[in-house]
Design a protein around this ligand. Structure first.
Ligand code: FAD
Length: 312
């Protein structure tokens, strides 16, 4: 609950009567401005979001740390009660992941093999306590370059559904995140669902994360790979993406193309070369140098492909 500050009469006031009058007026004003909304349905939520121009709060695991010591500026629309945005459904052509699905719920849901990489990423998001609160849509909307779910969702060709008063629209995830903390979401839109096309359900998928320690750590680099083989044991679908090495996680289409037709067996990782990674633009920061990130990313890609081939 956001409690706005109200001036109280103070013994040092030179004019206590005026001070009390101002306090009463301020309280009356504050009571007319609602600062916290907790809608029960998606249609209520998009209405209140549009009319209040509020900020969305889901699990709060990015929202509150970003505030630091400051109170929230402006109205907050807490969407955590929207049951319709929770859970995972198998539809005819897609698997629908509700935007409010937590990482724990995703880990516990039986899903096709191609989701193994996403589940591995979910297990790496913070700690179990964080995974119990943090949501799928929150990770995407926060749009950190180090958001662990983005590379595996890119390899799943995921699409993001946005809902507003005007209806819904869908965007490929690759187009949704446009930069560091930037997305194509309009302030009046809620990410309602993430759709994964059911095109490679039997594919092997892997997620590898490199951090400064094993647990509760922000990625230095991370890689997701998905490999599907045909009846002759050759790669007939390959998708590789890298996170934390550019402002937005990205796929490696040239490498993916070269992998097609290669034997899905030990040594598949050797197909990837340093040239495949020239599209990255890693930064130097407290966690690692740009050169280390670039080097480590290649090793992760090769290991991820070998791991996929080993289980394809
Ligand atoms: C200790 C700790 C460790 C962490 N470790 C990791 C980690 O290892 N890897 C990682 O990737 N992340 C990590 N995180 C970040 C965070 O837990 C995830 O990004 C999480 O998935 C965010 O989800 P949330 O529901 O908590 O989002 P919130 O904090 O509620 O919201 C995040 C942002 O998204 C917006 N938003 C949320 N839901 C929607 C929606 N449905 N539609 C539109 N906008 C929305 C909010 O307005 C806000 O701007 C960590 C966080 C903490 C505190």
């Amino acid at each position: 609950m956001v409690t706005p500050e109200v001036h109280h009469p103070h013994p040092c006031c030179t004019n206590p009567t005026a001070c009390i009058r101002i306090t009463i007026q301020a309280r009356a004003l504050v009571s007319r401005i609602r600062l916290y909304f907790r809608p029960h349905t998606l249609s209520e939520a998009v209405d209140v979001l549009a009319s209040s121009n509020g900020q969305i709060l889901a699990g709060g695991t990015d929202f509150f740390p970003a505030l630091g010591d400051r109170p929230a500026l402006g109205p907050v629309v807490d969407i955590s009660r929207l049951k319709e945005l929770r859970g995972i459904e198998h539809e005819l052509r897609y698997i629908r992941v509700g935007g409010l699905t937590t990482w724990t719920e995703l880990i516990k849901t039986p899903l096709p093999r191609c989701f193994d990489g996403l589940k591995a990423a979910a297990r790496e998001i913070g700690s179990v306590q964080i995974q119990n609160r943090a949501t799928v849509a929150g990770n995407l909307c926060n749009a950190s370059p180090a958001a662990d779910s983005v590379p595996p969702l890119l390899t799943l060709d995921a699409e993001v559904e946005l809902t507003s008063r005007a209806g819904t629209r869908r965007l490929p995830l690759a187009e949704f995140i446009t930069g560091n903390r930037k997305t194509r979401r309009q302030p009046w839109e809620i990410v309602s669902n993430v759709f994964v096309p059911r095109t490679a359900e039997d594919a092997a998928s892997v997620f590898l994360k490199l951090g400064a320690r094993r647990y509760l750590v922000i990625s230095i680099a991370m890689v997701a790979a998905l490999v599907q083989k045909d009846s002759a044991g050759r790669v007939n679908a390959a998708r590789v993406s890298i996170g934390a090495c550019s402002a937005v996680a990205r796929r490696l289409p040239a490498l993916e193309q070269r992998l097609l037709g290669a034997p899905a067996a030990a040594g598949l990782g050797a197909v990837a070369t340093a040239d495949d990674l020239v599209v990255l633009s890693p930064i130097t920061d407290v966690r690692a140098t740009a050169a280390y990130r670039q080097d480590a990313a290649l090793t992760l890609v090769q290991r991820a492909l070998d791991a996929c081939a080993g289980s394809a």
